[in-house]
Structures are given as structure tokens and as C-alpha cells.
Design a protein around this ligand. Structure first.
Ligand code: ZN
Length: 218
């Protein structure tokens, strides 16, 4: 299969791999920088990614990180993180917003939720509080052994809004969130306080994790 992306580049030497591997090691050491502004991070390292990216037609992109029997781990790891971030932004740009948000809840991917959520208030909390409480709730979900969740979505028969249960893959802990849509945009995500919304039978009510700790029933 022809690897067209490499056609117009001079072939790389061992020295190129070594230098790039050191550069990638530094980028990985400061990985937190990515989260400050992910789009800027993507732009900044676009050239580096392209140089070590192999895109075989429609197959997934792979890292060009092996040379003369040596595998350059930092290049491989950098490539993986860059590609995942790029894929996440493709989701933001091409999926319906509500589906993208649900997807990032499934992945417990807070940094991408930050990219999707643009309202001043959610769940009666101001934006910063809401994101903070999400971080706490995601940590609790992970602490209980769930690195991903799956979705059950249904229209609540009481309030006619779309309800999402994000259920932990391991122990069944869950978030119960109601999405409020206006013109196909999510304008609020809230937890039904009056417990009027429907709960599917398979849900274990004792395993609910609340985003807003003040709403936890005693
Ligand atoms: Zn409802």
C-alpha cells in the first residue's frame, strides 16, 4: 500500500527519530499544558504529528516510530495522545452536540465536556462550580472501578425531557441527568430533585452518584 503522506519528505535518519523522541518526551512531561487550550496544543504540534504520522488510506492513523529495529516510545505515546485529541475534536465538529456530550460522559472525558458546554449555568450551579462538581463525581465513578459508562436514554413521561443514565461499566454506579434542549442545543443538564423522572428497572437506586452534592438525599 502506498504511503502517500511521506512522498514529498526527505527520508528520515536515526538522528531525526532521536531528536523527535526527546522532544516528545518533553511534551509528555508537560502534558498538563494540553488541557489549558487543547486546540492551541493541536496547532502547536501539528507539524511534529504529521512528520511521524502514517495514514494508510481509510485505515486508522499509525505512528511512524520504528527505525532500524528501535522503537521510539515517546513518539508512539505522543502520537496516540495527539490522534485521540484530534478524533475528539472531530466528534465535537461533526456530531450532533447532544450526542457528543453523551459520548464524553460515557468516556468520563471532562476536558472534552469543557469544550462542549458553553452555558453560564448547569444544574443550578454556575459554570465553574458545575465543572468542579463533575470532576469530583467522575473521580468517585472511577474510584468505584468504572473507567467508562454506558448510556440508557429515554424520554421522561413526566417532564417529556430527554433523560440520560450513564451507568458504570463495572459496578453499576450511575449519573441520572436530564438534558434540556432548545433548537437542538443543550441549554441545561440537571438532576431531577423531585425524583419525578422515570428510572429504568435495572438501575440500583443506591448506586446513584450526584453531581451536586447538596442534592444528595439524606
Ligand atoms: Zn422528568
Amino acid at each position: 500500500m502506498p504511503l502517500s503522506s511521506n512522498c514529498n519528505q526527505r527520508s528520515m535518519e536515526q538522528n531525526d527519530y532521536e531528536k523527535a523522541d526527546t522532544l516528545c518526551a518533553n511534551i509528555l512531561k508537560n502534558e498538563g499544558d494540553r488541557l489549558i487550550d487543547q486546540k492551541e496544543w493541536l496547532n502547536k504540534y501539528k507539524g511534529l504529528y504529521s512528520k511521524f504520522n502514517i495514514q494508510p488510506g481509510k485505515l486508522p492513523a499509525i505512528a511512524n516510530c520504528n527505525f532500524k529495529g528501535i522503537r521510539y516510545e515517546n513518539i508512539a505515546t505522543f502520537h496516540k495522545i495527539y490522534k485521540n485529541t484530534l478524533d475528539d475534536f472531530t466528534i465535537v465538529d461533526t456530531w450532533k452536540q447532544v450526542d457528543a456530550i453523551a459520548h464524553f460522559f460515557e468516556e468520563l472525558n471532562l476536558s472534552m465536556l469543557v469544550e462542549c458546554l458553553k452555558q453560564d449555568y448547569y444544574n443550578n450551579l454556575d459554570y465553574t462550580d458545575f465543572i468542579y462538581q463533575l470532576a469530583v463525581a467522575f473521580t468517585e465513578m472511577e474510584f468505584r472501578g468504572n473507567l467508562k459508562t454506558r448510556t440508557i436514554s429515554c424520554t421522561c413521561k413526566q417532564c417529556c425531557r430527554q433523560q440520560y443514565f450513564f451507568i458504570g461499566e463495572t459496578d453499576g454506579s450511575y449519573f441520572d441527568l436530564t438534558f434540556v434542549l432548545e433548537k437542538e442545543k443543550v441549554i441545561d443538564i440537571y438532576e431531577c430533585e423531585e425524583s419525578k423522572c422515570m428510572v429504568p428497572e435495572e438501575i440500583n437506586l443506591e448506586k446513584r452518584i450526584w453531581i451536586d452534592p447538596n442534592k444528595t438525599p439524606f
